[in-house]
Design a protein around this ligand. Structure first.
Ligand SMILES: Cc1ncc(C[n+]2csc(CCOP(=O)(O)OP(=O)(O)O)c2C)c(N)n1
Ligand SMILES: [Mg+2]
Length: 573
């Protein structure tokens, strides 16, 4: 076992060096008084050129958390965030909840206010060191973090970092929380020795149980009306090619319900749209892949003899307290590996069903053609509308983007109007629907590849949840020229819609203006980006949509300045 050592250091020095050694490139941070030993260690590492994660100053915790998430989604490499004690942890909870429900490995850390009043190095020297102490700071994170701990001493630094990395990266993946008391970070060490490389590897994604796989293959191969439903499948880049192959070979329709990623190219003949209800009703077999909620039980149910197969890293979705979807077979596996194995296992039993499969393929292709026609008709009908329709915004975004463009989605972006053949192109990190994720994700994706066009699309409400001044600041400081597009319908349509769904004829439906759903001040968001040296414009005329995006594209890709397009828009229907 090879080792490295550091002489005359502190726990903070050792901690940073091991993080870097284990592949952590960035520390997305919002600092406080608890950081003193860590800031000293960063300055020392910078001065001496020793390995350390690069610190990125994030004026708000939401930016830091979602930058780490975005960077992971773009690269597959987890990063570290660090916040100020309990208050910073509280501000970062939105990101932790999104990471938790989205199975994102992210090491979320925070200082712990000093507990010694005047003894150990790092002891209290500020009034807040009394008021910020909690009985159980970590407790705040415990429902969302996959693992949490408070660092106790120098001797365990390496063990704890390796423990975190391997637990986070094992399926089902998820975030970890580590609190770092100031006195522990400040502990002096004569000589610190650690193994390099580390020697604890995570569990790799697995294949499904072979007997259950065969049974699932039999059911699906013999089914007359099978359907595949997913919503998170596309977060694993290996899923798209495997899913396309499976759907094509056995003529199975793929529905992406309320999807946050794209698992199936939208123009593929086996892509069957986003509404699972008619398929669920007619199905004799349903394959649910990486999908916590495949349909809404209040709206639709399948027949009693329909078989339901769930395939995911954790097909029990054990993080949800209540989830009662029928499950005849649960296939725990890496979703891409599971799909490849299933396609193989279906070869033999599907042989006797060739005629049925061919007939189904023809029907599904014809149905998909209708979907395409409807999309085209819709676009034609709305392209001149004022306020500007989301379909037209999406189409124009399709014109300025290319196969490598990444979209951070926090809006009514309509993916069918953009190219969707490349995995990992659409990232929606709001697995817990904690709004305010898109700008951080866009920044993280841009940090991962500065040559790529990265577009953040946000509702006006979502944009404000991003603490945009913080995100625009990081874009400027780190030279990350992202393009921000706001679908500005001057309201929280989601809140309005939910109220009307529950009480279609209630007082709210008849009110001149529904309470708590509208923004009554015309907001010139395009000015906000100027604060950080970016360029912005408002668009109200649909004829100006594409020219405005072209100007913004030039700003970000040629002039290397962040840009914002504030589109006064309507709601899709
Ligand atoms: C942090 C957070 N707070 C509140 C909500 C509740 N919420 C869900 S959708 C929504 C409105 C979003 O508004 P906007 O981005 O403008 O999109 P629109 O519904 O208008 O299309 C709100 C407030 C949430 N999901 N996350
Ligand atoms: Mg809105």
């Amino acid at each position: 076992m090879t080792t490295k050592s550091i002489k005359d250091c502190t726990v903070a020095d050792a901690y940073l060096e091991i993080l870097a050694n284990r592949g952590i490139e960035y520390l997305f941070a919002n600092a406080g008084t608890d950081f003193a030993p860590l800031i000293e260690a960063l300055a020392k590492a910078q001065a001496l050129g020793t390995p350390h994660p690069k610190p990125i100053t994030c004026p708000h915790e939401n930016t830091a958390q979602h930058m780490a998430i975005g960077y992971y989604l773009a690269t597959g490499r987890p990063q570290v965030t660090m916040m100020h004690v309990n208050v910073g942890t509280a501000n970062g909870m939105n990101g932790l909840l999104n990471a938790s429900r989205g199975n994102i490995p992210m090491l979320y850390t925070a200082g712990r206010t000093p507990t010694n009043e005047h003894t150990l190095p790092g002891h209290r020297d500020n009034v807040i060191h009394w008021t910020q102490e909690m009985f159980d700071q970590n407790g705040m994170t415990r429902e969302a973090a996959k693992w949490d701990y408070e660092l106790r001493n120098a001797e365990q630094v390496e063990t704890i970092i390796d423990r975190i990395m391997s637990v986070m990266m094992s399926d089902p993946m998820g975030p970890a929380y580590l609190s770092l008391p100031r006195e522990v970070l400040a502990i002096p060490i004569k000589e610190f020795t650690y193994s390099s490389p580390g020697h604890i590897q995570p569990t790799k994604p697995s294949l499904p149980n072979p007997n259950d796989l065969d049974e699932a293959a039999q059911i699906l191969a013999k089914a007359k009306n099978p359907v595949i439903i997913t919503n998170w499948g596309g977060r694993n880049p290996g899923v798209m090619p495997a899913l396309v192959d499976l759907a094509e070979r056995y003529a199975m329709p793929v529905v992406e319900f309320s999807n946050r990623y794209v698992a199936m190219p939208q123009h593929h003949p086996m892509y069957a749209g986003g509404n699972p209800n008619p398929f669920v009703k007619a199905a004799d077999a349903i394959l649910v892949i990486d999908c916590a909620v495949p349909w809404l039980p209040a709206l639709v149910s399948h027949s009693d003899d329909c078989k339901v197969i769930h395939m995911a890293p954790d097909p029990m979705y054990s993080m949800f307290p209540v989830r009662g979807f029928r499950c005849d077979i649960a296939l725990a596996c890496g979703t891409d590996l599971g799909l490849l194995a299933l396609a193989k296992a279906m070869e033999e039993p599907a042989k006797s069903a060739n005629a049925v499969t061919d007939k189904r393929r023809a029907t599904l292709t014809a149905n998909h053609d209708v979907l395409e026609e409807n999309w085209a008709k819709k676009l034609e009908a709305v392209k001149d509308q004022t306020p500007i329709h989301p379909a037209w915004i999406s189409h124009c975004l399709g014109q300025i983007s290319d196969a490598d463009t990444i979209f951070a989605v926090e809006s009514k972006l309509q993916v069918q109007y953009l190219a969707s053949e490349k995995p990992g192109k659409f990232l929606n990190a709001g697995a817990s629907s904690g709004l305010g994720h898109g700008m951080g994700v866009a920044l993280g994706a841009k940090l991962a590849d500065r040559d790529r066009l990265v577009v953040g699309t946000h509702g006006d409400g979502s944009y404000m949840f991003n603490v945009p001044v913080s995100a625009h600041y990081v874009a400027a400081e780190q030279e990350l020229p992202i393009l921000t597009v706001i679908f500005n319908n001057q309201r929280w349509q989601a809140v309005r819609g939910a109220t009307l769904r529950m009480q279609p004829d209630g007082y709210a439906s008849k009110a001149n203006q529904m309470p708590l759903s509208h923004f009554n001040v015309e907001q010139h968001y395009e000015k906000l980006v100027e604060v950080s040296g970016g360029v912005g414009e408002q668009v109200t005329d649909p004829a100006q949509m594409l020219p405005a995006l072209e100007r913004a594209h030039k700003a970000v890709m040629v002039d290397k300045r962040q840009a914002l397009v504030n589109v006064v828009s309507s709601d899709p229907n």
